[in-house]
Design a protein around this ligand. Structure first.
Ligand SMILES: Nc1ncnc2c1ncn2[C@@H]1O[C@H](COP(=O)(O)OP(=O)(O)OP(=O)(O)O)[C@@H](O)[C@H]1O
Ligand SMILES: [Mg+2]
Length: 287
């Protein structure tokens, strides 16, 4: 991805924050307090991590392989349990939720994965509608019962993501970039407050990667949805983020705006891998 040209987005100025219609960057949506995670052994995958993320904020998490980026995302929707500390979403402490309420919380958190996690033999619209399953009884879900309004909404989102030509295409016939757009559409139909993306562009060519990042940025700006993205590419994080969190060996070693990220801090985040990650910081606005 290094050296890739990422063009600016056609953002909607009305929603850009001037009117404060959608983004409320001062209202916390996610809070982590002293979160520590041990899988086994004595080295924590996350060590005493604390931060707060606002409604509509676009945050990139960067760090070398094994730093704890995926672990961090998985603790947020309780795909894994924290060993100690507290995660709250929208004022609710995630670890205290029991079945029904946990399920309810998860409907508010969309997930996007590197390998898309789609059902290959199903069509685009069927995969997108799967995003509504969290709202349904098991039986309605098994029978694939969706209301007309849900189907209309799915069409609208599919159009928004430029997939109208593929709506009845099986997902195994799509390109990687198209599959990831289906992943975004499936997250959006959940009507989420937050979308967690684990390496969403790691398997994509540069142009498809730019399209996916543009869509994610638009989701945060136009819809006021908080977007948290694990990334390997520093230049992409610099270009798209309101804020970057740098993780090394389970610890947050940088938390600030892209403008504040220096070459020394990149070295601290990436340690011995930092040479591979260096970007021309003088060119940060030209990316
Ligand atoms: N299920 C697991 N069981 C045991 N150890 C794990 C498990 N998942 C992750 N780890 C360990 O926790 C640490 C953090 O892993 P994690 O996958 O969160 O890193 P990452 O920053 O996402 O790495 P990558 O960039 O390679 O995806 C690593 O040392 C990893 O080996
Ligand atoms: Mg990972």
């Amino acid at each position: 991805m290094r050296g890739v040209t990422l063009t600016p987005l056609p953002h909607c100025n009305k929603c850009k924050g001037g009117l404060g219609v959608k983004r409320e960057l001062s209202v916390p949506l996610l809070e982590l307090k002293n979160v520590t995670k041990f899988y086994h052994g004595t080295t924590p995958a996350l060590a005493d991590v604390s931060f707060s993320i606002a409604k509509g904020e676009f945050v990139s998490i960067i760090g070398p392989s094994g730093a704890g980026k995926s672990t961090l995302l998985r603790c947020i929707n309780r795909m894994i349990e924290v060993t100690s500390g507290e995660v709250s979403v929208d004022g609710v402490i995630v670890s205290e939720l029991r079945k029904r309420n946990l399920r309810k919380l998860r409907t508010k958190i969309g997930m996007i994965f590197q390998h898309y996690n789609l059902v290959d033999r199903l069509t685009v619209i069927e995969n997108v509608l799967h995003g509504r399953l969290g709202y349904k009884s098991t039986m309605a879900g098994v029978l694939g019962r969706y209301s007309q309004e849900e189907k209309r909404h799915a069409y609208r989102i599919i159009n928004l993501l430029g997939l109208e030509g593929q709506i009845y295409q099986r997902c195994d016939k799509l390109s990687g970039g198209q599959k990831q757009r289906v992943g975004i559409a499936r997250a959006l139909i959940q009507d989420p407050k937050m979308i967690l993306c684990d390496e969403p562009i790691a398997s994509l060519d540069p142009n498809s990667a730019r399209i996916i990042m543009d869509h994610l940025k638009n989701v945060s700006i136009e819809m006021g949805i908080t977007v948290i993205v694990n990334l390997h590419q520093v230049n992409v994080a610099l270009k798209y983020s309101d804020r970057i969190i740098g993780v090394n060996k389970g610890k947050v070693v940088f938390d600030g705006s892209p403008n504040a990220l220096t070459a020394e801090q990149i070295s601290e985040i990436y340690g011995s891998d930092s040479k591979d990650m260096m970007v021309d910081l003088g060119e940060r606005y030209a990316i």
